[in-house]
Design a protein. Structure first.
Ligand code: MG
Length: 344
């Protein structure tokens, strides 16, 4: 078969995700998340991708449309040349990580569908090695927190957002209803390393497993000190973007939280995992609020992760895809080719 006449065709449209609960972080609150949905077709096969753009990260539907509109993917005839295609996409403009991720995800979906296999299989990973996913509890009144814990149902680990000054109250509210293991995300909300360390000791006693981004990312020395003295692993989230950040964070944090919307997609995320593991760092795979499209893409990598926070699709009420599932708290991959989704 001559491939020369076949070209890749990219299309995209904006979509707004509705959150089941207002999402409260240390310094923001919202009820919707803007995304861009992407389709990449080649020879009658369509791959799906998504860019999720929570406002605090700086990308918007407009910046994504501008970026995607600049891409000339019709110059490529062979979607298997992923290194070349993704290198080109990255070279078109700096930044735009989520927009880049949307095309990366669609390309992976396309190639996996052409081969007829999901990516975890193409990477040689064992589906039984997927971790449990945490389920996120936003900052709220103790009453609402208790209600959310009950909604978490079969989950095996809860992620608690702290950093607004009522941390002990929130943990005690959760502990009044469940003994489930917890992880904590401070979103840079703590000030003062000594206070942070005391709180971490207290949290360890309460069954917390690790702490994500306890202090502002700029305070590298404070965080390195905290990591050295902390009885719990300290994980970088806001401090981490792409592959070249990973070696810089070695010695400052115990591990990294990789998200496709920061890493420009699955291709670079896999490289980041390889480097982090070579450096002896812990690996967590996270997400934004996303449909099952981007969450299922991230889940393909999850057999390589120590921890996962892939609940973004469970927090929305208007998903457009059926994909990986959480069964008894564990990420459960399927046999669907590509990133493991179908449209609903
Ligand atoms: Mg985080």
């Amino acid at each position: 078969m001559k491939n020369i006449a076949l070209t890749m065709n990219l299309s995209f449209r904006p979509y707004e995700l509705r959150l089941k609960h207002a999402f409260n972080l240390a310094n923001s609150s919202r009820t919707t998340t803007p995304v861009m949905l992407v389709e990449l077709t080649h020879g009658g096969v369509t791959g799906y991708g998504e860019a999720s753009m929570p406002p605090y990260l700086g990308e918007t539907q407009k910046t994504a449309a501008d970026f995607l509109g600049k891409l000339k993917l019709s110059q490529f005839h062979d979607p298997f040349r992923m290194e070349e295609i993704l290198g080109y996409i990255d070279s078109v403009a700096p930044g735009n990580e989520a927009a880049k991720a949307s095309v990366d995800i669609a390309l992976h979906d396309l190639v996996g569908k052409i081969v007829g296999q999901p990516w975890y299989k193409l990477w040689g990973l064992s589906p039984e090695n997927t971790p449990n996913t945490s389920f996120t509890i936003g900052i709220d009144s103790p009453e609402v927190v208790r209600q959310k814990v009950e909604e978490a149902g079969a989950m095996k680990i809860l992620k608690v957002k702290l950093g607004r000054g009522n941390d002990k109250k929130i943990i005690e509210a959760i502990r009044s209803v469940t003994n489930m293991p917890l992880c904590v995300d401070v979103n840079q909300g703590w000030e003062g390393r000594q206070e942070a360390l005391s709180l971490i000791y207290w949290l360890k006693e309460k069954g917390v497993l690790f702490i994500e981004q306890p202090m502002p990312k700029e305070g590298v020395e404070d965080i390195a000190w905290l990591t050295e003295n902390s009885p719990l692993p300290i994980i970088a989230d806001e401090a981490l973007q792409r592959l070249d950040d990973v070696p810089k964070l070695n010695g400052v944090y115990s591990g990294i939280n990789i998200k496709l919307m920061k890493s420009t997609g699955m291709h670079e995320a896999r490289k980041m995992i390889t480097v982090a593991k070579a450096l002896g760092m812990k690996v967590m795979i996270g997400c934004m609020t996303e449909t099952s499209c981007a969450v299922s893409a991230a889940a393909q990598l999850s057999p390589l992760a120590d921890w996962a926070d892939l609940d973004g699709n469970l927090l929305i009420s208007n998903d457009l895809f059926d994909g990986v599932k959480v069964v008894d708290g564990k990420i459960t991959l399927n046999e669907l080719p590509g990133i493991g989704i179908r449209k609903i």
